[in-house]
Design a protein around this ligand. Structure first.
Ligand SMILES: Cc1cc2nc3c(=O)[nH]c(=O)nc-3n(C[C@H](O)[C@H](O)[C@H](O)COP(=O)(O)O)c2cc1C
Length: 357
């Protein structure tokens, strides 16, 4: 896969550049964009650039292994597929293709409520592979329960409740292009609640989300479902503590890829505070701006169990469908393996706080 064909992409950024001319302006702006002035979007990558790695030498790295676990599930590397909406808009392979790519790369995919395939279709595309389901709690609780039941039924191992999007952030690229869900693209979860998907803007489909959701609803959800519930979109130590108090089994420190409240810090800059507060009670994941194996190392050093990757996988999918998404995952894994060696750590568990400044 990652044969470095001369002229072909070498890094994730190369793939991003390849698809910039391939996608129409509306989908491209929807995938790439952030909220407001995109300060948080830019800072997600800049924050990784500000951190520096401090390798240790003369450590035996002759047998490096990138494998780890998340919530007890073995995965080939501490990198999982972030929940990302509308994947068939990137490529007809869509979420089923992404699921096969994740399975082939040995890692876990988190499937969005705003997916363009049902949870069952995605499960059937890669039977046996581990999966999580990302939940937006909709005002229509009947539809919400049906989505949860389907995911549980199909063997999804955890729910990831996204709590940073009671409404869509002000995504001005979408306003400029007039982005709406194009003909031929259906989000079954949205259609179940709104009757259809085509023609809806992000503001429209996020208006289905229950903006009244509070901690007591989270607790009720945790009690009602038999699989663990993670909370995605946590910024502060105080909210991490509340999430645990209300039954969360994991925390995802995330600003939704800079698409919600512009002006919040990069997740990587908030990670350590959250990790310290949580003090090992639950696993903490982080996302936003991960583009390199070295970014993964920085997140591990600051206490993340794993990272989620969003846009680069969309670029991979848009470039070459399932094979392109797989290329992105395998390239990240290959980078991480080399980077672990150069850092002087044989496994993700051997990456410690002193490796980063
Ligand atoms: C196009 C796009 C769609 C997204 N859709 C969802 C979604 O449906 N649910 C969700 O929880 N997060 C969603 N996210 C946020 C991602 O899960 C993740 O937090 C973010 O993409 C990480 O940043 P990165 O793109 O820099 O890797 C979306 C992000 C993008 C770019």
């Amino acid at each position: 896969m990652i044969d470095g064909r001369v002229g072909g992409p070498v890094s994730l950024r190369d793939v991003e550049a390849l698809v910039a001319t391939k996608l129409d302006a509306g989908p491209l702006g929807y995938f790439a964009g952030g909220a407001g002035d995109e300060r948080t979007l830019a800072d997600n990558e800049a924050a990784f650039a500000r951190l520096q790695l401090l390798p240790r030498v003369l450590v035996d790295v002759s047998a490096v292994d990138t494998a780890t676990t998340v919530l007890g599930t073995p995965i080939s590397m501490p990198v999982i597929v972030a929940p990302v909406a509308l994947q068939r808009m990137a490529h007809p392979d869509g979420e089923p293709g992404m699921a096969r790519a994740a399975a082939a790369a040995g890692t876990l995919m988190c499937v969005s409520t705003l997916a363009t395939a049902t949870a069952r279709e995605v499960a059937e595309a890669a039977p046996g592979a581990p999966r999580w389901f990302q939940l937006y709690v909709l005002r229509d609780r009947g539809v919400t329960h049906a989505l949860v039941d389907e995911a549980v039924d199909c063997g999804y191992r955890a729910l990831v409740v996204t709590v940073d999007a009671p409404r869509a952030g002000r995504r001005e690229r979408d306003l400029r292009t007039g982005f709406a869900v194009p003909p031929g693209i259906d989000m079954p979860g949205v259609s179940a609640a709104a009757g259809h998907s085509v023609g809806l803007t992000p503001a429209d489909f996020f208006s289905l989300v229950d903006a009244s959701l509070s901690w007591k609803d989270l607790e009720a959800l945790v009690e009602a479902v038999e699989i663990p519930v993670l909370v995605k979109g946590i910024h502060t130590a105080a909210d991490a503590r509340l999430a645990i108090a209300h039954g969360a089994a994991g925390i995802v420190v995330s600003n939704h890829g800079g698409r919600q409240l512009d002006g919040v810090p990069a997740g990587i800059d908030l990670l350590e505070d959250v990790v310290q507060e949580v003090a090992g009670d639950v696993e903490v994941l982080v996302d936003g701006g991960v583009r390199r194996g070295t970014d993964v190392l920085k997140a591990l050093a600051l206490g993340a169990r794993a990272v989620l990757v969003g846009r680069p996988l969309l670029w991979g999918l848009a470039w070459d469908g399932e094979a392109g998404a797989r290329w992105v995952l395998e390239t990240l894994r290959a980078e991480l393996e080399l980077d672990l060696m150069l850092l002087g750590a044989a496994t993700p568990a051997q990456v410690v706080r002193a490796h980063v400044r």
